[in-house]
Design a protein around this ligand. Structure first.
Ligand SMILES: Nc1ncnc2c1ncn2[C@@H]1O[C@H](COP(=O)(O)OP(=O)(O)OP(=O)(O)O)[C@@H](O)[C@H]1O
Ligand SMILES: [Mg+2]
Length: 232
């Protein structure tokens, strides 16, 4: 048994489009322990999002293996992958992807519909999750009645409402100003202290400084993997 919640071994992803071959991932072997907060950095096109999509069971590797919570996801069927995704993983993106004309509470409760949770429990859990991210006084606001940072906090609450063990965040502060970005990063730090593993993609050193470990990608490979010094 490994104490790693995520482990990849020699992960390779090759895209072939219009006669061109791109090695988006070229042999990535990484382990992430429970509750660890990892920042992934690297130039545009270095393979960061491709890596996140593989960990997130949204796409399958060309070769190599991925273990999530001790389970090798390589041989799983589409339904089994969906189950791992729903049980273990939460996703946050640069665009908040909230439903318009739908309250914060309803947005957060949405993943619980697919999990078969009753209406009353859905609402209770969504409200508690929103309170946890500091939005207990904005439960009925629609996305267009919330600031950017508040919308991202709703998206974080939605990602957490199913109680995942891993949160994947691809440039979650990309659309936010620096003050609001700090609020979001502090929330992510708190989650990691509660034992949720966080894998975050960012282009900004200041944002990566909130993580405890930083991994740098170049051309689909890991070129550095170090603890964050002078952590914020
Ligand atoms: N679906 C796809 N089909 C073909 N090529 C792709 C696909 N997705 C990504 N690529 C290519 O794979 C490489 C890695 O892309 P990826 O999106 O992982 O980069 P990234 O590090 O996330 O970049 P950015 O910082 O711009 O988001 C790029 O060269 C990209 O063009
Ligand atoms: Mg990307």
């Amino acid at each position: 048994m490994s104490d790693m919640i995520v482990r990849t071994h020699e992960l390779v992803k090759v895209y072939e489009t219009g006669g061109e071959t791109v090695h988006a991932l070229d042999g990535v072997s990484i382990g992430v322990s429970q509750g660890q907060f990892v920042a992934i950095m690297g130039a545009s096109g270095s393979g960061k999002s491709t890596f996140m999509n593989m960990i997130g069971c949204l796409d399958v590797p060309t070769s190599g293996s991925i273990e999530i919570a001790g389970r090798d996801v390589a041989g799983l069927s589409r339904d089994e992958l969906a189950e791992v995704r729903n049980r273990q993983l939460g996703f946050v993106f640069q665009q908040f992807n909230l439903l318009k004309r739908t309250s914060a509470t309803q947005n957060v409760a949405l993943p619980l519909i697919y999990a078969g949770v009753s209406v009353s429990e859905r609402r209770a859990r969504a409200e508690a999750q929103l309170a946890d991210v500091g939005l207990g006084d904005r439960l009925q606001n629609m996305p267009n009645q919330l600031s950017g940072g508040q919308q991202q906090r709703v998206a974080i609450a939605r990602a957490l409402v199913t109680r995942p063990s891993i949160l994947l965040a691809d440039e979650p502060t990309g659309a936010l100003d620096s003050k609001t970005s700090v609020e979001v990063m502090k929330i992510l730090q708190g989650l990691s202290e509660k034992g949720i593993s966080i894998i975050l993609v960012t282009h900004e050193d200041d944002i990566a400084a909130y993580a405890e470990r930083r991994i740098d990608f170049r051309d689909g490979r890991v070129i550095a993997d170090e603890p964050v010094r002078n952590r914020r």
